[in-house]
Design a protein around this ligand. Structure first.
Ligand code: TRP
Ligand code: ZN
Length: 471
């Protein structure tokens, strides 16, 4: 796995050198290339410099029979410098044509970088539209930790899953959580199949044996949270007690096993609203595929994705990410514990509020190395500090989840229950639909309790190597 990643990095570096040469031949109209990557500490190649996307308009067609995707992606972006060239992230697939503001643009596609040289250079601050016409068989990507993402062919269709970088397998983007945007996604599939995505279904039309589903996401979304799921679906619509529309799509083979827990989704979301504040999006729901379709659940915006019938705890976890991760999104992949620490704590709090173990019990079990049945997993919790995963392979490891949750519990012990509940609501309110990093979080906590000293918690629990000396 590591070898494959190194080879990929080398290939992309060569392509970049070639491009630098190309830039040198430029007519000298003043712009510079935006460049690849936004210096993420764990994923240096993810995202691109020089612009900020405001909206994605994706018109896609997919046929599971030959696994071919045809797409037209129009991105509306604002240049953050005078641009002679800029990159989009797109891995695999064939680019047929690129236009910028309607004019054909030169482009080069190497590795995950699609470099576009517009005929007319966008000036600093200028809004421009880039359209990419592309097609091919989207790839399943294997992450540094061996998990699969990107485009996953399923028993009766496919699923696009993008954490951390897989969305580039099915649409061109500024593929980094720091650049959030609104989305329109329309996908055409053979009649009889359904398409579920983020946001709300605005239109469904059938012609010539093919059906097009149009989904609209009005709130900002990070590219890793975009999803599209093709297959046969049992669709149910309802509303939560607070009036929020619910749209669930369940693979028919999972319907019976999913029914009881999905019936509790409105209750879970309302409990989360009481604890975390107003739900941040216009609709909620779930997508339930088959267990073999993916190795994990994902908090895709509005509508988390589950491989098989979810437990109540997993529903609580993925739905809590709608606040912690989807609305307040990490600035970099190093800040991942802000997602998973909160989502794990949400599970602990649900248990506590529903007659199960208290969060203190869960904390104690982790401290006693008895949280998991497997001793190696208990050991892994202490393998690195939550705020500093050592590499790309570790962003989904236990320190990010359980030790992240322990940081929150240490804060609760220090400030007390009422102030802690206020913090659970205040943090997502302070960064609603934005991005935040660990420094933003510690500053927020310190400001919310100016008389308290949190430096010991930060030093031992957030940034310290190894197991702290005392619980
Ligand atoms: N975010 C998912 C969850 O907590 C898990 C996950 C899936 C993940 N893919 C990942 C975490 C990639 C980090 C990186 O349910
Ligand atoms: Zn999670």
């Amino acid at each position: 796995m590591r070898t494959a990643r190194l080879l990929l990095a080398a290939a992309t570096a060569t392509a970049l050198t070639a491009l630098t040469g190309l830039t040198g031949c430029d007519g000298g109209v003043g712009g510079r290339p935006g460049g690849s990557g936004v210096r993420d500490p764990l994923f240096p190649r993810a995202g691109n410099g020089g612009y900020d996307v405001g909206h994605y308009d994706l018109a896609l067609a997919y046929d599971p029979a030959d696994r071919r995707l045809t797409g037209t992606a129009t991105l509306t972006a604002r240049a953050t410098r005078h641009l002679s060239a800029f990159d989009l992230d797109l891995k695999g697939l064939d680019v047929d044509k690129v236009t910028v503001e309607g004019r054909a643009a030169r482009f080069q596609h190497a590795g995950q970088e699609l470099t576009v040289r517009p005929a007319e250079e966008p000036a600093d601050g200028e809004t421009f539209r880039v359209t990419v016409h592309y097609s091919g068989r989207p790839q399943t990507l294997t992450d540094a930790d061996d998990s699969e993402e990107g485009w996953l062919p399923t028993a009766d269709g496919a699923a696009g899953l993008g954490e951390p970088v897989g969305s580039m397998a099915w649409f061109p983007s500024n593929n980094h959580p720091s650049d959030k945007a609104t989305y329109d996604l329309a996908m055409t599939v053979p009649e009889g199949l359904g398409v579920v995505s983020n946001g709300e279904l605005t239109r469904q039309t059938t012609a010539n044996g093919r059906t097009t589903f149009s989904w609209h996401t009005a709130e900002p979304m990070a590219s890793y949270l975009a999803t599209v799921a093709v297959g046969r679906w049992e669709v149910r619509r309802s509303t939560t007690g607070s009036g929020l529309p619910v749209y669930t799509a369940v693979d028919p083979t999972q319907a019976a096993a999913s029914r009881a827990n999905l019936a509790r989704l409105p209750e879970i979301v309302d409990w989360e609203q009481q604890n975390f504040g107003p739900y941040p999006f216009a609709s909620v729901g779930a997508i339930v595929d088959r267990p073999e379709d993916s190795g994990y659940a994902l908090e895709t915006q509005n509508r988390p994705y589950f491989p098989g019938a979810p437990s109540v705890g997993l529903l609580v976890h993925e739905l809590s990410h709608q606040w912690y991760g989807d609305s307040v999104t990490p600035k970099t992949w190093r800040d991942m514990w802000l997602n998973e620490g909160f989502a794990t704590y949400a599970e602990w709090l649900w248990e506590e509020d529903h007659g199960g173990d208290s969060a203190q019990d869960s904390f104690d079990a982790v401290w006693a190395d008895e949280y998991f049945d497997d001793a190696d997993e208990n050991d892994e919790i202490w393998s690195f500090p939550p705020a500093d995963p050592p590499d790309a392979a570790s962003v989904s490891d236990h320190p990010v989840y359980e030790r992240g949750a322990m940081v929150l519990h240490k804060i609760r012990q220090q400030v007390g229950d009422d102030a802690f509940r206020a913090l659970l609501r205040g943090w997502p309110a302070a960064h609603r639909h934005g991005n935040a990093d660990t420094d933003d979080f510690t500053a927020y906590v310190e400001k919310s309790a100016p008389d308290e000293d949190f430096s010991g918690i930060w030093k031992d629990w957030l940034y310290g190597d190894g197991k702290p000396d005392h619980p």
